[in-house]
Design a protein around this ligand. Structure first.
Ligand code: FEO
Ligand code: CA
Ligand code: CA
Ligand code: CA
Length: 736
């Protein structure tokens, strides 16, 4: 019997311009932002986009009403040296809404800008200049653009030490670039701020190199400052390194060596050039950095070649946002004129049009070498980034490990950030051993190359199940019409098509995932989805229940929500779970939508970054466009309970669902507000809980610019308590 894939033509169009990079919308949004901030002449292109995990604690049934002790079965893998007791209360005064072009942090804390775009990581590279005239090549030694997910790796004697805080490697993603701010020659011109931008037809090689090098990952050694407060960069550290969209990378797992990834660059299909659109981040339990590749399609171009590649390949590309003719408003990296004989396809490789007699003579498959969870060992600067294909190919937001237990498989959770996309998990074949901590890529080979990928189904009754995406199971075989699955590589490269077939639940843009060290429950931000309830393929359902209609204008799920689930019996390998909606984000005065009872001290819109610190405090970051007239994007701290600690209700769409405990000033509170125009994303904490790092992405005005300069710069913000104590420790309240 032949099986048919569900219709996805609109879905595909959505996967394309949909998610973060609806270029026209984004440009307009940013133009307006800069117009407001800079008097109408500002130019910028952007996208938006940011996860972090935890390792090592017990999934148990400890108290979740505050003060629950995160009891670690495996203390060795817990990235903490401090007291693991969760603070009983949020001991700070809420930060007010703000639309100022400066950041504000809770009283008693200080927030400092470090490592802005262009910061040299080694001597001999000139400081960033406001005129942006540094060579594109120099950026392989500088901080890149649009800082995103990150992790602080404690370091002791040049090795990973999850409990070390005095020195460490801060590893972070540089998600994308804003060419109009970054590249002196730009890539479009604007005659009138109300008119569409006019794109260049070709780009200068120097600009493209700068943009390519501003993507990827930075590794920066930090040491505690002499006064004990916060950190400073160790310039010239042997660990300081950039991985860019031009750095050679390894393909590993079932897709490596398959026909999907053979290119002119590597006709054997085991290597590619570059990592791209690195968004959220994850920590592997063995201490490597897991970066992601999210909106990678935006840097490729595709001409007309459907007749050459055939219907099946065309279907694959469409499902990943690359219909024929996709290039007109992208970065146009393929249009550079080459001058480097040692790298003859430097620019041509961004054009995936099938043009030669076979795939090993062109770059039609380069597209399939992106879209993976990618492992970096920051303690081995001579190693290459490794793309772990067993975890599936999609617009990866982040990757969050469940607490590991000796002798059990290791499990991580992942979201595909596009409207109507899915939530996945990966269960390793190998059983966890503490001896692998510090094992680098060798441990990665063990836990990331062999295992089972699943996709989530959220039933309306509050139950859920994981459907296995394995070739030969659940209909993923050669009986599928138009897209027969003949191998596990077919399934993984086309994980979205496989998930469509098994009936996965279309979600409101899954962003970051994090696992509570107290309850073991998994939380995922669903940032927003303007199509929810407005398009036939995305009706409101219990897991995505809001479809907001503002004065007759359908805006779908405008403000986003956070879903969570408890694996059956607390077992992360289980294929069943129970879920509810932890929190509905909304402006507090939007009565019909404010289903969690938020007030002015804790209301938010479009949750995105999400991080349980090792004590079980949940940090929530926003990437918002719906509430920014009232407040800039923010960071909140929360003390969640557990699944089904709330009530049943009916959302404005008429859909019944279950929401968690109502919000109040004791369980969620605003801790920080960023400068105007920015997204607050990426978060990590040192093992002693005394320093919190967050990133400010695409700020407006001249935030982050050099003194007297105009060019705003993304940067890291280092937050410490003025008294040097532990962040959110009880003592602050006593002192104040
Ligand atoms: Fe890069 Fe979905 O945020
Ligand atoms: Ca972003
Ligand atoms: Ca986002
Ligand atoms: Ca994000």
């Amino acid at each position: 019997m032949t099986q048919q894939l569900p219709e996805f033509h609109e879905h595909c169009e959505d996967s394309n311009k949909s998610n973060n990079r609806e270029f026209s919308d984004v440009l307009q949004k940013n133009l307006n932002r800069r117009s407001v901030l800079k008097g109408g002449t500002g130019l910028t292109a952007a996208a938006f986009f940011g996860a972090v995990p935890l390792v090592g604690c017990k999934s148990g049934s400890n108290s979740t009403q505050g003060g629950g002790q995160a009891q670690a079965d495996n203390q060795a893998a817990v990235t903490a040296s401090g007291d693991l007791t969760r603070p009983k209360q949020l001991n700070f005064t809420a930060v007010a809404h703000s639309t100022a072009n400066e950041m504000s942090v809770a009283e008693g804390y200080q927030a400092e800008i470090i490592l802005p775009l262009g910061t040299p990581l080694v001597s001999g590279i000139a400081d960033w200049q406001d005129n942006r005239k540094q060579s594109g090549e120099s950026f392989i030694y500088r901080m890149g653009d649009n800082h995103d997910g990150m992790w602080f790796f404690g370091k002791n004697s040049d090795k990973y030490d999850p409990k070390a805080s005095d020195t460490g490697l801060l590893v972070m993603n540089h998600e994308y670039v804003n060419p109009e701010e970054l590249s002196p020659n730009g890539y479009y011109t604007i005659k009138d701020k109300n008119a569409a931008p006019i794109y260049q037809k070709t780009r200068l090689a120097s600009d493209i190199r700068r943009e390519v090098n501003c993507h990827g990952v930075a590794v920066v050694e930090l040491k505690r400052r002499a006064n004990g407060q916060g950190y400073e960069m160790v310039k010239n550290s042997k660990f300081n390194k950039r991985y860019t969209s031009a750095t050679e990378s390894v393909l590993s797992g079932p897709v490596a060596g398959s026909d999907w990834v053979k290119t002119k660059y590597d006709p054997t299909g085991f290597k590619t050039r570059g990592i791209n659109n690195n968004c959220g981040a994850g920590l592997s339990p063995w201490g490597t950095y897991l970066t992601t590749e999210e909106n990678f399609y935006g840097v490729f171009a595709r001409g007309e070649d459907a007749k050459i590649i055939g219907e099946r390949q065309d279907l694959s590309r469409q499902r990943y946002g690359m219909p024929e003719g996709f290039s007109s408003t992208g970065y146009l990296w393929h249009t550079g004129k080459n001058s480097d004989a040692s790298f003859p396809d430097e620019f041509a490789r961004w054009d995936i049009t099938a043009s030669a007699t076979d795939a090993t003579q062109d770059f039609r498959n380069a597209f399939n070498t992106f879209g993976y969870i990618t492992e970096i060992d920051p303690f081995n600067p001579h190693s290459l980034a490794v793309k772990r294909t067993a975890l599936g190919r999609f617009a990866h937001e982040n990757c969050a490990y469940a607490p590991v237990e000796e002798g059990k498989p290791v499990v991580c959770y992942m979201g595909d950030d596009s409207r109507g996309e899915y939530i996945y998990k990966f269960v390793s074949d190998a059983k966890w051993s503490n001896a692998d901590i510090g094992g680098g890529h060798k441990a990665g080979d063990k836990y990331l190359d062999k295992g089972t990928l699943y996709v989530a189904i959220f039933n309306d009754d509050g139950t859920g199940e994981w459907k296995e995406l394995t070739h030969g199971k659940n209909g993923l075989d050669n009986s599928v019409e138009k897209f027969p699955f003949n191998s596990q590589a077919d399934v993984l490269v086309n994980a979205r098509l496989a998930a469509d077939l098994v009936g996965a639940t279309r979600m409101d843009r899954p962003e970051w995932v994090s696992v509570s060290p107290i309850t073991g429950e998994v939380y995922v931000t669903l940032t927003n989805n303007k199509y929810r309830g407005n398009r036939d393929d995305m009706p409101a359902d219990a897991a995505n229940p809001r479809s907001y209609n503002n004065r007759g204008k359908a805006r779908g799920n405008d403000n986003g929500h956070i879903i969570r689930w408890a694996q059956s019996n607390g077992d992360h390998t289980s294929t069943t779970f129970a879920w509810d909606i932890y929190l509905f984000a909304a402006p507090h005065d939007l009565t019909d939508e404010n289903l969690s009872g938020l007030n002015a001290n804790n209301d938010l819109s479009s949750p995105d970054g999400l991080f349980f610190d090792p004590r079980g405090v949940l940090w929530i970051q926003t990437d918002d466009g719906a509430y920014t007239k009232t407040t800039n994007c923010m960071l909140l701290a929360a003390l969640p309970g557990q699944v089904n600690d709330g009530k049943e209700l009916t959302a404005s769409s008429g859909t019944k669902t279950r929401v968690g405990m109502q919000a109040n000033d004791n369980n969620i509170k605003r801790f920080f507000v960023g400068p105007s125009g920015c997204e607050v994303t990426g978060i990590t904490m040192t093992a002693d809980f005394k320093t919190l790092f967050i990133n400010i992405q695409h700020p407006g005005g001249n935030w982050g610019a050099v003194a007297g300069g105009e060019t705003p710069r993304s940067a890291t913000v280092m937050i410490t308590r003025k008294d040097g104590d532990v962040i959110l420790a009880e003592s602050l309240q006593k002192k104040s």
